[in-house]
Design a protein around this ligand. Structure first.
Ligand code: 4NP
Length: 156
């Protein structure tokens, strides 16, 4: 079983790196051979590592994400990935706007993969305290479990 998932937030330094880390872990635990990556709609942080608060949150769960580097989503991503998962509705709207015609990637909102939280945004924790990063982790790890379950059901 294989597949590919790209997570997209605004800066690619807070939320989507945590989503990437969570899905890498879930896929490995499930024995799924997945290509997992993350990107931002914005370009401000391109080339930078994740926010130290995201690194600390990942480290609390035994995952080292300090080597991740921010990049901006690009048109080729819509052909390379089966799924592109937006962290909030604004990111999803931006993805729909830049998606090339006939793009292969299926777009979705991250919390649509968590029963009971459909339609909700993963709030941007950038301007808040560390508790925002805990909430982000909880949400992205629940979504990672949901995505793995969906992909298994789909046999992909
Ligand atoms: P992210 O958080 O989208 O979760 O990576 C942000 C990080 C930086 C900025 C915005 C959101 N920023 O405006 O610099």
């Amino acid at each position: 079983m294989s597949g590919s998932v790209l997570f997209v937030c605004l800066g690619n330094i807070c939320r989507s790196p945590l989503a990437e880390a969570a899905l890498r872990r879930e896929a490995e635990a499930a024995g799924l051979d997945l290509l997992v990556d993350s990107a931002g709609t914005g370009s401000w942080h391109v080339g930078k590592g994740p926010d130290p608060r995201s690194c600390a949150e990942a480290a609390r769960h035994g995952i080292d994400i300090r080597s991740y580097r921010a990049r901006q989503v690009k048109p080729q991503d819509f052909a390379r990935f089966d799924r592109i998962v937006a962290l909030d509705a604004s990111n999803l709207a931006d993805l729909k706007r830049i998606a090339p015609a006939g793009a292969k990637a299926r777009l979705s909102l991250l919390l649509d993969h968590v029963p009971g939280l459909e339609g909700q945004d993963v709030a941007d924790p950038y301007y808040g305290g560390p508790e925002g990063f805990e909430t982000t982790w909880r949400q992205v790890s629940a979504a990672a479990r949901g995505l793995v379950a969906e992909m298994r059901r789909a046999g992909a």
